[in-house]
Structures are given as structure tokens and as C-alpha cells.
Design a protein around this ligand. Sequence first.
Ligand code: MN
Length: 327
Amino acid sequence: MVMQRKDFIQKGLGGGLLALLASSIDSTIRAAKSFADSKYRGIEGVYSPTNTHMVGNGFKVMNFFPNGRGFEERMSPFFLLDFNAEVNFPPSEISQGVGVHPHRGIETITFAYKGGVEHHDSKGNYGIINPGDVQWMTAGSGVLHKEYHEQTTNKKGGAFEMVQLWINLPKKHKMVPAKYQSIMHHTKPNYKLPNNMGAVHVIAGEYKGVKGVASTYSPVHMYDIHLNPNAELNFSLPPSYNTGILVIDGGININNQQVSENHYVQLKNEAGEIHIKATKKSILLVLSGEPLNEPYVNYGPFVMNTEEEIKQAIEDYNQGKFGFLKD
Ligand code: MN
């Protein structure tokens, strides 16, 4: 008679121990299986705050991407994410920020969370943004701009917190004329959570039928989410869209993982819900976009598709074709 493996185990071990062992293996397998079959979108990584560096003399930023690890490709069309986590700037008589510099082939987007940011560009666009507001500059074929702390806060000093994001332009829109969108917080359409638990302010794309206000050159969803403690929300984004979440303030639990302030969450490219619970009063920035899947070459402030186009950008800049802006 051939003894089955199961019989052997049953005969070889005491019943109580076996039952315990079997049930613990069983529940481990079940847990692993339910995680794999989970309706939740997986988390690829949670990135800690990085060392900071100064951009000009006004922005003390941590760079979440590209950060030398190919993240500009991983998060395409998003190309650069610099975060100036809350810092107290002392009163200053000297303007703090970044002087006149060019861009071509991208959009640069500045989000103010604390303090104010002033913008000027060579097309004559000008704006000051305060907490909640967004400056969305399309560099396109080329523009010069400068960005400084808003003058009153610069002189008084105080808390300063901002984000700068670059979005790469698709090849067919690389050379669109430069433009500027000034988006005030109160003009962002929002989806209110029940019981006054907060709101999803839609900057671009759509959240549960609420459409954002910014125009974009490739499909992008961008949310400024404000949550009160214990607020919960559930949403999903297209599986193919590269998706990340920056915890600007507070702390959250996302798909069963704790994420603290100043951390960046990279989500996997797969179907599934994103479930967020705020463990504190929180502000989040959600970025999700369809990858461009085009070659790119980056040289400083220019992002083009070929080396040749980079050389052209440098030549055009040197010949003054980006216009003029006083420093
Ligand atoms: Mn710039």
C-alpha cells in the first residue's frame, strides 16, 4: 500500500501540533493570496525625505526625482519633483529665489503651501501665488523666467513651503508658444468629502466627475488633497498611468502602509483602488499621468527629444531668441 504524503505527516506528528501548524500555514497562504488578489493598487516604494540643496538662494529643496535613478522615465510625463518642505526663512532685505533663466520643452509648475512665490517671465506674464495657489508655466519653444519669495514675506521672514514640478511636453507639442496659467486655490474645482472631512481640489484631469482647471498637453490627473484627521477616501486611477503621492503635511495610511510627512509614495502600474486614511491633518499632492514613451535628452533647463534639438536650444538661447527679462 502506498502511503500518501498527507497520511505520513498525519501519522508522524501529534494531532494538536499538526493542526496548529496546518492552520498557521493555511492562514499565511490565505493572507498572501488575498494580498495578491487584492483590489488595492500596490505600492512600489515609499521614499524618505532626501538631503536638501539650495536652488538659487530661496528654495531649499529635496529632489524626489529624477534623483539619478531614472525616475524621470519611471514617472513620465513628470520629469522633476523638488520639494521645499516647511522651512523658516529669516527676514531678508535681499530677494530670495532664482534669477532669470531659460526653459524649453517642458512645463514648470510651482505650488505654494506656506508663504508666497512671485513669478515674472519674458512674455510679460506676472503673478504672485499664496498658499493653495499654483503657477503653471508652459515653456514650450522657450521662455525666460525668474521666481522669488513674495516681497512682503521675504522682508518679514516666516514659514515657507513649496513644490516645483516639471512636466515633459510630448514631441508634437515641444515647440508650442510659451504660456502661463495662474490658478488660485478658490478657483480649483473640488470634491468635498462627507462630514466636513476635507476635499479633493482638482488641479488637472478629473476626480469622480469633478474636472480640473488646468489645461495640459498630455493626459494628467493632479489633485491637491486636504484632509482632516481620520478622513478616508477611495479612488482609482488608470493602471497604465505613472502615479505618485507626496505627503506635504501630516501623515497617512495608504493601502495598509503608514506614510509620514515629507515622504513620497510610488504606486505600481496596476489596477486597484487607492485607499487613504489621514492619521493627522494632512495635505497631499497626487500626480498621475500617461507615460510619453518618447526618447528624451535633458540638458539643464531644457528637455528635448534629440541631442540636435538640445544644441539648437542652446544656440537659440545664446542668440537671444528666448526674449528678454530684467533680473
Ligand atoms: Mn525655472
